[in-house]
Write a protein that binds this ligand. Sequence first.
Ligand code: NAD
Length: 471
Amino acid sequence: MTTRLAVIGAGPGGYVAAFHAADAGMQVTLIDADPNPGGVCTFRGCIPSKALLHAARVLDEARHAEAFGVSFGKPSIDVDKLRAWKDAVVKKQTGGLGLLARARKVKFIQGRASFVDARTLSVETSAGEQKVEADAIIIATGSRPTTVPNVSIESPKVLDSTTALELPDVPSRLLVVGGGYIGLELGTVYAALGSKVTVVEMTDGLLPGADRDLAAVVAKRMESCAEAILLETKVTSVRDDKKGLSVAFEGKNAPGGSQVFDRVLVAVGRRPNSNIAGLDRTKVKVNQRGFIEVDAQRRTAEPSIFAIGDVAGDPMLAHKASHEARVAVEAIHGKPSVFEPRAIPAVVFTDPELAWTGLTETDAKRQNIPVEIAKYPWAASGRATTLDRPDGMTKLVIDPETERILGVGIVGVGAGELISEGTLAIEMGALASDLKLTIHPHPTLSETVMEAADVFYGESAHVYKPKKSKI
Ligand code: NAD
């Protein structure tokens, strides 16, 4: 018998699940409100933001080139053309996913699904209601931005990640509320395009989830391109008046009186989309934070229903959703698969990029796990010097007893591309000596991973540590 699978939500969780299931011979229906698969990540998140960050990087590199005698003059930015290019990138990606769905004979329905019962969905489409009956259902409905009550005024000048990515214009003064992933990535884009950016963050440092020594490198660079970074500070009110948005602050670094901004971007986290109509007609349980409760196979309390991605718990990262998709589909197929990664990489696409995987030094301290740390400063990297980007560091978190790699953190240009070696090392149970003895090509930034392992053994050729005098 062919399993009939329905997948609600066509982001990197849902479409990957649908494609794997179709490849495994299941009859698949994929449901999403957008016209093609892709989800928030491809339509309004990862992909358009990375397109804009690429433009930001080109601008920054062109400016930076003056330092070594290459001048391009003042850049002229055609915002309409940039927006059109970014939209074309999204269209190409989502259109490609639509083609892949058709090639696999995945039935794609554009509409909103609600539960009739544990095996039946009702989908509201532009042509009316459609019933979908399935043997198994995967919920992959993602998440949406959280709001701050006193900032969420009804004004088109107040942006969230979706509207900020639409690139309505380049505001001359932009306030970013939240110094996390989205705030700093989009803050980087707008700063490169010419906005004077202020970041307000309620904790005592930017990127509170990352190790402080790594985040400090990003913070230093942000400080040089932002108008102000206000830590331990919150916004108390936003008023839309003729001058612009008048914003009042409170906290340690609150500017006195109110400040006027042309736009305010709110990026203070996301919450799961578990509020699906009719879900209460099933046995699916939602926890206090709004996440759907799942077991190691991503099965909910209702045996025929699975949940993956942002709606099924932290971290809210596309690649974690795609991996869960594989597990859930295999479980539906009767395989004993479970979701138990040793490491999930995280990348913040700022300039420089910040990436980590596995155990962080901060988490090791918090959980009283004994670790040894080995750090390789990029100032000692020949490749970083040729790029004129010594602002980086590669860090290994190592089990002192077994010398196993437990975590890797990298900050520096291209860190997002470099972190996968660390994830593979952790997944394969590699020792620091494995990284040390693996020949890395020279001159590359990837060598910093090997050199950090050399530092662990006190054998780095490029980091000289004078031996203590024996006299
Ligand atoms: P985030 O959790 O990364 O950062 C939110 C920040 O806002 C935190 O630093 C928090 O301390 C701060 N904050 C919260 N309330 C505040 C307030 N009232 N005033 C000032 N600061 C406040 O959340 P995000 O940036 O909105 O991103 C949401 C999620 O989306 C991320 O956690 C991540 O999972 C995902 N994401 C990932 C990527 C990536 O992988 N590169 C990019 C964007 C988003």
